[in-house]
Design a protein around this ligand. Sequence first.
Ligand SMILES: [Zn+2]
Length: 237
Amino acid sequence: MSGRVDVLVLAAHPDDAEIGCGGTIMSLIEASRQVAIVDMTQGEMGTRGSVPERAEECARATAMLGVSERRNLMLPDAGLKDDDGAVRAVIEVLRELRPQLFLVPLIHDAHPDHEAAGRVAKRAFFLTGLKNYHPELGSAHRPAIMLSYFGNDYQDPSFCLDISRWVEKKRQVVSCYSSQVGGTDKQHFLRGLDPLDRTEARDRFFGANCGYRAAEPFVHDGPIPLTDLSPFLPPAP
Ligand SMILES: [Zn+2]
């Protein structure tokens, strides 16, 4: 049975999905894939921006992206825990939306919420496939593959996706979060750098390593399963 969406993106905070894999989401949507985003918290502990402001920014970014569905699990910002409650909340969505591709935060990250979200994703990815694990949350379903997108920190990626065509639109979408990026007060920013600037520098860096204008990096736990080498060849005539 095909799922309600092809791809589910899990994020700790509104804006993480756009920052980590916004260009990838745009390329999936252009390819007529159904994409849903699940934010785990409302970002209520952010130094700037109230919850209503951030919800409004998120709605604007979501509309611009064109994702088919976006939800918020309302878990505590700056207190996100890798606990059974969070795992069950993610499993309930996985079993309802039944994606084949699960994009999740990289565990290696300076922000404790990102790290916790990555750990919750890893446990949920496994446990959701067990039919006797909380059957009241829906029938077992494990996505075919889980890939981690980047947040604040560096790790060698398993691969990078060309997002050269989406650089300007990604900037517009991330800029929807005007309480989180831009402005003159940069003291609270990690490493004193605006998140949009850091995102664009990262995308250019990984793009430069691959011969693209910009690219988004991903980590897969273990070898990447391929059935043929077409990703490395031009389209057949
Ligand atoms: Zn975040």
